[in-house]
Design a protein around this ligand. Structure first.
Ligand code: SAM
Length: 246
């Protein structure tokens, strides 16, 4: 039983070509001793260049871009968990520019955001990190539907404020009835899943009447899933035995 978390339509990409020559981007890249096409788009640093991008691509598309911190925060919540240590978690990041990043469960993700940005830039430029040896992260331009098929996903649920209202605990219980469930969480700051993503899902659930941050939804779901499949109980029982307590 392995749960796949898909951070879908994530706001994680290198600076797009439309604004690579923007003064702000050139200065930023120079400061970081990189080329403009080797740095992550980040609204915290590139706001005015992104305003220009919005005039080219449309405000609706651009307001969903440039938030790599969402992926970082979400990964921190779910990778260092008992579910992952028990090898029952797989994490995939699907980016807005349709790249699919797979993560080796053995990764020790940098807790520091600046280091995470550096690692992700290296990944997107080289297509894998580290460059040699066992890959800890790998990126491919691949159809998400195909990836899920290869993983043998037998149930795909999505989280969205537009979904059917349901307690998180009950969503986790439903997922635990499958062998290879996958759960989609939006890796974007605003808006909703596009129709392309929505089409992949068997069910969509809303777990609160307010919009929550992606890392809150991910952390709570993984925790409730651990309960639903008995991982939490199993680990407590094992540590009670070790300590000689009943
Ligand atoms: C910041 S939200 C995106 C904004 C969007 N308005 C929303 O709330 O769905 C990031 C992701 O967290 C999940 N999410 C946030 N609030 C949720 C809720 N109340 N119920 C279910 N999922 C939620 C969704 O997967 C969403 O794509």
């Amino acid at each position: 039983l392995v749960l796949t978390i898909v951070i879908a339509e994530a706001a994680l990409q290198l600076v797009p070509k439309e604004i690579q020559s923007h003064t702000l981007i050139r200065q930023y890249a120079k400061r970081r001793q990189k080329n403009p096409d080797e740095v992550l788009l980040d609204r915290a640093f590139h706001h005015s260049a992104m305003q220009k991008l919005a005039r080219k691509l449309g405000a609706g598309q651009v307001e969903r871009m440039g938030r790599p911190d969402i992926v970082h925060g979400t990964l921190l919540q779910i990778l260092e968990t008992p579910l992952n240590w028990e090898q029952q978690l797989r994490v995939i990041i699907h980016t807005q520019d349709d790249q699919v990043i797979t993560i080796n469960p053995k990764i020790r993700l940098p807790k520091n955001y600046v280091r995470f940005v550096g690692l992700t830039e290296q990944l997107l430029v080289q297509k894998r990190v580290p460059e040699n040896g066992e890959a800890l992260m790998r990126v491919e331009r691949k159809d998400l539907k195909q990836v899920l098929k290869e993983l043998g996903s037998d149930h795909r649920l999505g989280f969205s404020i537009l979904g059917k209202p349901r307690l998180m605990r009950n969503v986790a219980e439903e997922a635990s009835e499958f062998e290879n469930p996958s759960a989609f969480i939006g890796g974007f700051p605003r808006g909703h899943f596009t129709e392309n993503t929505r089409r992949l899902l068997d069910a969509v659930y809303c777990v609160d009447r307010e919009s929550l941050d992606a890392w809150v939804v991910a952390g709570r779901f993984v925790y409730d899933f651990e309960w639903a499949i008995g991982v939490a109980q199993g680990r407590i029982d094992a540590s009670s035995k070790q300590n000689g307590q009943s």
